[in-house]
Ligand binder design. Sequence first.
Ligand SMILES: [Cu+2]
Length: 160
Amino acid sequence: MEQHEHIIERYERAWIFFGLAMITVFIILIGYMMLTMGNTNPVGAGRIDATKVRTEGDFANPRIEQVGNEYVAYVQAFSFGYLPMEMKLKAGKKVTFYITSPDVHHGFQVENTNINVQVIPGEIAKVSYTFAKPGEYRIICNEYCGIGHANMISKLIVEP
Ligand SMILES: [Cu+2]
């Protein structure tokens, strides 16, 4: 009978340990960032007929409004701008954005935050955020949507 010896070399053991340690570090890091930076993964909040975005429902009346102690915003991202053109809210209060597009693919990125949403015609994206720092934040489109893409900017004013 032949004897098989299972020997793990010292350097192999070190690399296995290093690999497992890195997996652990990154799992902890992701958890920590989700807890401290807020979960800004946009989620699908339903569908709407893209041809009716401008005429029916909440998106026909784009706005930001205070509901209780929070804000809710209905945003249209279109070629080439956003409605409402400017939004105002108070710092330290949660805001939930609902965003959709009546025409083509757009982006909804709020500068200096980790809000970055892909806006698909007829799909309603939902993302929540709490602005801790007052100031002016630009909202920019980062999905090329046509000739006016570079001018597709709007403003979010966070008041103290
Ligand atoms: Cu664009």
